[in-house]
Write a protein that binds this ligand. Structure first.
Ligand code: NAD
Ligand code: TYD
Length: 358
């Protein structure tokens, strides 16, 4: 099918999901212009894009989404028609330690992009094929009880952490910009992702790396919290579908129907590591599991109902938790040179703060 090339700005494209999305877009749409805007915070890593930056159609810009002058210049200078907005502070534990950056980037940064895009879109004559995709999280819906139905697009917002509250605030702004100004926005709320380029502070990479180093595996509370896991490549394919076929103003939930208790996920990971990793310092790996003090305000259960995306836009995930987890473990085993430098002094200081007692 013929397709008019797009000129896409990808914010946060040096982070975990953003960089996977840049790879996805480059592979699928080599005719498109791709501009990555990323501030390179502790979570941003240019190495994630190392093999793409040589391409003539890809440009990397180090900059802040709160910088209105820069953002406006990029829209105009690059004739951007599509925004995929990933840039955010994304880790719940860091939001508990210091919420300021979360409000700044997630709320003020999203507002800055929206306001600049609105004015630019007006100047261009309000083209109907422009798109502003806001990538958000299922955490805005709060916490489910054991028998509650999964989150749908009409579930009321009830964010419980500074992270989820700041994402909820940004979602509301995006919604308002469509409702009030007619801006062609799209919102997606996705469940927990895992896969390549995942920063070590998050559950799966943290456990994987700790197993390789023979360090204890800190499971919060009783380990019975449930998350709904989606392979990052499936998230990217869903966002692609939403950009091309989603209806402006709509929200789409993205999830893979993979609810797993944290403790069961850690056991699955331990089994895979025992099978795939040679020369582990401690074997079997599950001997390293240590229950630690719970995260304050820890949401008990997330689950996504992705019926709308499946029935209206025809998207389905390609990976199950077992196939996706195996690929992910293999990636971490063969990319030690990617994750080793991330265990920096800054990371050690953060680790000390959160896991002081472990
Ligand atoms: P990440 O923390 O790995 O990456 C965030 C990126 O944004 C980094 O490259 C960072 O440098 C950049 N950034 C931060 N502040 C910036 C600023 N002010 N200006 C420009 N760039 C800035 O996050 P992620 O896990 O890839 O998440 C990406 C998006 O997806 C976020 O909006 C997050 O809320 C959402 N999301 C994540 C998950 C998940 O499981 N990780 C699930 C659903 C939704
Ligand atoms: P995380 O990867 O931080 O994602 P989120 O908090 O956005 O869901 O954590 C996933 C789950 O794992 C969450 O219930 C908290 C738990 N967890 C631990 O038990 N130990 C850890 O060291 C981390 C980082 C998370």
């Amino acid at each position: 099918m013929s397709r008019t090339p797009r000129r896409i700005l990808i914010t946060g494209g040096a982070g975990f999901i953003g960089s996977n999305f840049v790879h996805h877009w480059c592979d699928r749409y080599p005719q498109d212009r791709i501009v990555v805007l990323d501030a390179l915070t502790y979570a941003g890593n240019r190495e994630n894009l190392a093999d793409l930056e040589e391409r003539a159609n890809v440009r990397f810009v180090q900059g802040d989404i709160c910088d209105r002058v820069l953002v406006e210049a990029l829209f105009r200078g690059e004739a951007i028609d599509t925004i995929a907005h990933f840039a955010a502070e994304s880790h719940v534990d860091r939001s508990i330690l210091g919420p300021d950056a979360f409000v700044r980037t997630n709320v003020v940064g999203t507002f800055t992009l929206l306001e600049a895009f609105r004015q630019y879109w007006n100047t261009m004559g309000q083209p109907s094929d422009y798109r502003f995709l806001h990538v958000s999280t299922d955490e805005v819906y709060g916490s489910l009880g054991p028998t509650d139905p999964a989150f749908s697009e009409t579930t009321p917002y009830a964010p419980n952490s500074p992270y989820s509250a700041s994402k909820a605030g940004s979602d509301h702004l995006v919604r308002a910009y469509h409702h009030t100004y007619g801006l062609p926005t799209l919102i997606t709320n996705c469940s927990n992702n895992y896969g390549p380029f995942h920063f070590p502070e998050k559950l799966l990479p943290l456990m994987c790396i700790n197993i390789l180093m023979g360090k204890s595996l800190p499971v919060y509370g009783d380990g019975q919290n449930i998350r709904d896991w989606l392979y990052v490549g499936d998230h990217c394919s869903a966002l692609d579908v939403v950009i091309h076929r989603g209806t402006p103003g709509e929200t789409y939930n993205i999830g893979g129907n993979n609810e797993v208790k944290n403790i069961d996920l850690v056991h699955k990971l331990c089994d895979l590591m025992d099978e795939l990793a040679p020369n582990l310092p401690v074997r079997p790996s599950h001997k390293l599991i240590t229950f630690v003090k719970d995260r304050p305000g820890h949401d008990r259960r997330y689950a996504i109902d992705a019926t709308k995306l499946r029935t209206e836009l025809g998207w389905t995930p390609a990976q199950t938790i077992d196939t996706g987890l195996r690929q992910t473990v293999q990636w971490y085993l063969t990319h030690r040179d990617w994750w080793q430098p991330l265990l920096s002094t800054e990371y050690q200081a953060y680790y000390q703060q959160v896991y002081a007692s472990v």
